[in-house]
Design a protein around this ligand. Sequence first.
Ligand code: SF4
Ligand code: SF4
Length: 181
Amino acid sequence: MSEGNISYLPTDGLSYDPNEPKFWDKAALDKEITRVFEICHGCRMCFKFCDSFPKLFDLLDKTHDGDVHKLTAADVEGVMDACFQCKLCDVQCPYTPRDNHQFQLDFPKLVHRYDAIKAKTEGLTLRDRVLGDPDLTGKLRPGELWPGEHDEPCLRPPLDDGEGAGHPPRQAPARLRPRHL
Ligand code: SF4
Ligand code: SF4
Protein backbone atom coordinates (compact mmCIF):
# COMPACT_ATOMS: atom_id res chain seq x y z
CA MET A 1 0.00 0.00 0.00
CA SER A 2 1.16 3.55 -0.70
CA GLU A 3 2.85 5.62 2.02
CA GLY A 4 2.04 9.13 3.21
CA ASN A 5 -0.84 10.90 4.90
CA ILE A 6 -4.23 9.48 4.12
CA SER A 7 -6.96 11.82 2.97
CA TYR A 8 -10.51 10.90 3.88
CA LEU A 9 -11.71 12.15 0.50
CA PRO A 10 -12.19 9.60 -2.29
CA THR A 11 -9.03 8.58 -4.11
CA ASP A 12 -8.82 8.36 -7.88
CA GLY A 13 -9.27 4.62 -7.34
CA LEU A 14 -12.87 4.93 -6.17
CA SER A 15 -15.34 2.77 -8.09
CA TYR A 16 -18.40 0.80 -7.09
CA ASP A 17 -19.36 0.05 -10.68
CA PRO A 18 -18.13 -3.24 -12.21
CA ASN A 19 -18.76 -1.74 -15.65
CA GLU A 20 -15.90 0.72 -15.09
CA PRO A 21 -12.46 -0.65 -16.03
CA LYS A 22 -11.11 1.04 -12.89
CA PHE A 23 -13.28 -1.21 -10.71
CA TRP A 24 -11.05 -4.16 -11.70
CA ASP A 25 -7.75 -2.34 -11.13
CA LYS A 26 -6.05 -3.84 -8.06
CA ALA A 27 -3.85 -0.77 -7.47
CA ALA A 28 -6.94 1.46 -7.56
CA LEU A 29 -8.70 -0.86 -5.11
CA ASP A 30 -5.72 -0.75 -2.72
CA LYS A 31 -5.93 3.05 -2.57
CA GLU A 32 -9.56 2.82 -1.54
CA ILE A 33 -8.92 0.06 1.00
CA THR A 34 -6.29 2.21 2.68
CA ARG A 35 -8.58 5.24 2.75
CA VAL A 36 -11.66 3.37 4.00
CA PHE A 37 -9.74 1.44 6.65
CA GLU A 38 -8.24 4.72 7.89
CA ILE A 39 -11.68 6.33 8.21
CA CYS A 40 -13.11 3.28 9.99
CA HIS A 41 -10.07 3.17 12.29
CA GLY A 42 -10.88 6.71 13.37
CA CYS A 43 -14.63 6.14 13.62
CA ARG A 44 -15.05 2.64 15.09
CA MET A 45 -18.83 2.85 15.24
CA CYS A 46 -19.24 -0.58 13.60
CA PHE A 47 -17.13 -2.55 16.09
CA LYS A 48 -20.17 -4.61 17.19
CA PHE A 49 -21.64 -5.83 13.92
CA CYS A 50 -19.31 -8.59 12.76
CA ASP A 51 -15.73 -9.85 12.93
CA SER A 52 -14.42 -7.60 10.14
CA PHE A 53 -14.15 -4.42 12.19
CA PRO A 54 -12.78 -5.99 15.41
CA LYS A 55 -10.17 -7.77 13.29
CA LEU A 56 -9.17 -4.51 11.63
CA PHE A 57 -9.03 -2.57 14.89
CA ASP A 58 -7.09 -5.33 16.69
CA LEU A 59 -4.53 -5.49 13.90
CA LEU A 60 -4.06 -1.74 13.94
CA ASP A 61 -4.00 -1.41 17.73
CA LYS A 62 -1.97 -4.46 18.67
CA THR A 63 0.27 -5.17 15.67
CA HIS A 64 0.71 -2.12 13.46
CA ASP A 65 0.87 0.91 15.81
CA GLY A 66 -2.33 2.31 14.34
CA ASP A 67 -0.71 2.61 10.89
CA VAL A 68 -2.99 1.43 8.09
CA HIS A 69 -0.01 1.41 5.72
CA LYS A 70 1.47 -1.48 7.69
CA LEU A 71 -1.42 -3.85 7.03
CA THR A 72 -0.29 -6.84 4.98
CA ALA A 73 -2.21 -8.50 2.16
CA ALA A 74 -3.05 -11.34 4.57
CA ASP A 75 -4.36 -8.81 7.11
CA VAL A 76 -6.63 -7.24 4.50
CA GLU A 77 -7.82 -10.65 3.36
CA GLY A 78 -8.74 -11.59 6.93
CA VAL A 79 -10.80 -8.42 7.35
CA MET A 80 -12.56 -8.86 4.00
CA ASP A 81 -13.22 -12.57 4.50
CA ALA A 82 -14.96 -11.89 7.82
CA CYS A 83 -17.63 -9.79 6.08
CA PHE A 84 -20.84 -11.67 5.35
CA GLN A 85 -22.58 -8.76 3.60
CA CYS A 86 -25.24 -8.07 6.24
CA LYS A 87 -25.07 -4.35 5.32
CA LEU A 88 -25.56 -3.19 8.93
CA CYS A 89 -22.44 -1.04 8.72
CA ASP A 90 -23.76 0.61 5.58
CA VAL A 91 -27.05 1.45 7.29
CA GLN A 92 -25.23 2.98 10.25
CA CYS A 93 -22.45 4.74 8.39
CA PRO A 94 -22.88 8.52 8.05
CA TYR A 95 -20.34 8.76 5.21
CA THR A 96 -22.11 6.88 2.42
CA PRO A 97 -22.94 7.89 -1.15
CA ARG A 98 -26.59 7.27 -0.19
CA ASP A 99 -26.32 10.20 2.22
CA ASN A 100 -24.47 12.20 -0.42
CA HIS A 101 -21.50 12.42 1.92
CA GLN A 102 -18.28 13.58 0.34
CA PHE A 103 -16.37 10.52 1.67
CA GLN A 104 -18.55 8.18 -0.46
CA LEU A 105 -17.73 5.29 1.83
CA ASP A 106 -19.52 1.98 1.23
CA PHE A 107 -17.80 -0.77 3.17
CA PRO A 108 -19.87 -3.72 1.87
CA LYS A 109 -19.33 -2.62 -1.71
CA LEU A 110 -15.62 -2.31 -1.06
CA VAL A 111 -15.66 -5.92 0.13
CA HIS A 112 -17.65 -6.91 -2.97
CA ARG A 113 -15.05 -5.28 -5.17
CA TYR A 114 -12.22 -6.98 -3.28
CA ASP A 115 -13.94 -10.37 -3.65
CA ALA A 116 -14.68 -9.79 -7.34
CA ILE A 117 -11.07 -8.96 -8.17
CA LYS A 118 -9.84 -11.87 -6.09
CA ALA A 119 -12.22 -14.28 -7.84
CA LYS A 120 -11.15 -12.95 -11.23
CA THR A 121 -7.43 -13.31 -10.53
CA GLU A 122 -7.40 -16.42 -8.35
CA GLY A 123 -10.65 -18.19 -9.30
CA LEU A 124 -13.49 -19.17 -6.97
CA THR A 125 -12.96 -21.47 -4.01
CA LEU A 126 -14.92 -24.73 -3.87
CA ARG A 127 -17.01 -23.24 -1.03
CA ASP A 128 -17.89 -20.18 -3.14
CA ARG A 129 -18.76 -22.33 -6.14
CA VAL A 130 -21.05 -24.59 -4.11
CA LEU A 131 -22.76 -21.85 -2.09
CA GLY A 132 -23.15 -19.67 -5.18
CA ASP A 133 -25.03 -22.39 -7.07
CA PRO A 134 -28.38 -23.27 -5.41
CA ASP A 135 -29.14 -25.94 -8.03
CA LEU A 136 -25.90 -27.71 -7.26
CA THR A 137 -26.48 -27.36 -3.51
CA GLY A 138 -29.92 -28.95 -3.93
CA LYS A 139 -28.36 -31.87 -5.76
CA LEU A 140 -26.02 -32.45 -2.84
CA ARG A 141 -28.96 -33.79 -0.75
CA PRO A 142 -28.45 -37.53 -0.26
CA GLY A 143 -31.71 -38.46 -2.01
CA GLU A 144 -30.71 -36.57 -5.15
CA LEU A 145 -27.25 -38.07 -5.38
CA TRP A 146 -28.32 -41.56 -4.31
CA PRO A 147 -32.04 -42.14 -5.09
CA GLY A 148 -33.70 -44.19 -2.35
CA GLU A 149 -31.26 -43.04 0.32
CA HIS A 150 -34.12 -41.32 2.19
CA ASP A 151 -35.70 -44.69 2.82
CA GLU A 152 -32.62 -46.38 4.22
CA PRO A 153 -33.50 -47.67 7.70
CA CYS A 154 -30.17 -46.51 9.04
CA LEU A 155 -31.19 -42.89 8.34
CA ARG A 156 -34.70 -43.21 9.74
CA PRO A 157 -34.67 -44.28 13.40
CA PRO A 158 -34.45 -40.77 14.88
CA LEU A 159 -37.60 -39.79 12.92
CA ASP A 160 -39.64 -43.00 13.02
CA ASP A 161 -42.29 -43.70 15.68
CA GLY A 162 -42.68 -47.31 14.58
CA GLU A 163 -46.14 -46.64 13.12
CA GLY A 164 -44.96 -45.28 9.84
CA ALA A 165 -44.65 -41.56 10.33
CA GLY A 166 -43.34 -38.67 12.32
CA HIS A 167 -41.24 -38.29 15.40
CA PRO A 168 -41.37 -40.72 18.31
CA PRO A 169 -43.85 -39.62 21.00
CA ARG A 170 -42.21 -37.38 23.51
CA GLN A 171 -42.46 -37.81 27.25
CA ALA A 172 -42.71 -34.94 29.65
CA PRO A 173 -39.76 -34.60 32.02
CA ALA A 174 -40.16 -36.91 35.00
CA ARG A 175 -40.85 -34.14 37.49
CA LEU A 176 -43.85 -32.97 35.39
CA ARG A 177 -45.37 -36.43 34.84
CA PRO A 178 -48.29 -37.77 36.97
CA ARG A 179 -47.00 -40.42 39.38
CA HIS A 180 -48.80 -43.33 37.59
CA LEU A 181 -46.78 -42.77 34.33
S1 SF4 B 1 -21.68 -5.71 5.72
FE1 SF4 B 1 -19.85 -6.86 6.24
S2 SF4 B 1 -18.48 -5.43 7.23
FE2 SF4 B 1 -20.54 -4.52 7.24
S3 SF4 B 1 -21.40 -5.11 9.24
FE3 SF4 B 1 -22.07 -6.63 7.74
S4 SF4 B 1 -20.57 -8.26 7.85
FE4 SF4 B 1 -19.66 -6.46 8.84
S1 SF4 C 1 -18.33 1.85 8.03
FE1 SF4 C 1 -18.72 4.03 8.51
S2 SF4 C 1 -19.75 3.99 10.51
FE2 SF4 C 1 -18.74 1.99 10.24
S3 SF4 C 1 -16.73 2.18 11.24
FE3 SF4 C 1 -16.49 2.66 9.04
S4 SF4 C 1 -16.71 4.88 8.91
FE4 SF4 C 1 -17.56 4.24 10.89
